[in-house]
Design a protein around this ligand. Structure first.
Ligand SMILES: C[S@@+](CC[C@H](N)C(=O)[O-])C[C@H]1O[C@@H](n2cnc3c(N)ncnc32)[C@H](O)[C@@H]1O
Length: 239
């Protein structure tokens, strides 16, 4: 019996079956992760609308358009009038530095071109006038925008750029745009490595240590990876 099972495992049939199992496993996880994100966006836009927090949706890391579409759909569903912004190199991840140690963050991974991104938006029914994109590496595009440059008013910032260095550039850009009641979400908040804390979490901790004006109140955790915060103005908190 053991020998028979061993033969099947090494046969074409065996390989086919194990391939199917692997595919089903990843498919299953993709769905679970998408549900987690969908639940997050539903909660976030419900809360923003209910609490009267206006402003745009700014996404840092947009490639395949999955979260961009979820944000569009949930904003619309909850009657929130956010314009959407996609910030991405559209060339995939930059070269990770020493401070970006992680087995899954590999230079050039996750490329979607600008044309492909527009095509995804079209296919998913996101009207062109509802969104804008800012193409290029954050280290170049973000410092070129002053605090009053678009988008100056953000209700929900979604940080999904994996790397510590990328997130640091994003948070430098967001710092003058932080406002009471907005939500900031990190898709990779729990993506640490054997050597380092999660890059997104590390960049956030640096910001919250140097800038004490804002309380980062834990909001919704989504999936095994993501975490979000409501920004509260400490000056508005009772003493
Ligand atoms: C995990 S993907 C984003 C996935 C996307 N939210 C989705 O649902 O399809 C990470 C993205 O971050 C972008 N990215 C990371 N670091 C960047 C940087 N420094 N400048 C510009 N884009 C960056 C990559 O191009 C990549 O598209």
């Amino acid at each position: 019996m053991k020998e028979l099972l061993r033969r099947i495992a090494h046969s074409r049939l065996g390989h086919g079956v194990s391939d199917l199992v692997v595919r089903r496993y990843f498919f299953h996880w993709q769905i679970r992760e998408e549900w987690g994100r969908q639940e997050f966006f539903a909660n976030a836009f419900k809360a923003l609308r209910f609490n009267g927090i206006a402003g745009d949706y700014a996404e840092f890391g947009s490639c395949s358009g999955t979260t961009f579409f979820l944000a569009y759909r949930e904003a619309k569903r909850h009657g929130h009038n956010a314009k959407l912004w996609a910030f991405d190199s559209f060339q995939g991840l930059p070269r990770p530095s020493e401070s970006d140690h992680h087995p899954s963050w590999i230079e050039g991974k996750m490329v979607t071109t600008v044309d492909e991104f527009h095509a995804i938006c079209r296919k998913r029914g996101i009207p062109r006038e509802k969104y804008d994109l800012v193409e290029g590496f954050y280290e170049e595009t973000l410092p070129a925008r002053s605090a009053t440059d678009a988008p100056p008013d953000i209700a929900l910032a979604y940080v999904d750029c994996d790397l510590y260095t990328s997130t640091r550039s994003v948070l430098d850009f967001l710092e003058p745009r932080l406002k009471h009641g907005m939500i900031v979400a990190f898709d990779d908040y729990f993506c640490w490595s054997a050597k380092q804390v999660s890059g997104e979490r590390r960049a956030m901790l640096e910001l919250t240590t140097r800038n004490q004006r804002w309380e980062w109140t834990p909001y919704v955790q989504f999936g095994w990876h993501g975490m979000s915060f409501v920004i509260e103005d400490r000056e508005a908190l009772p003493t």
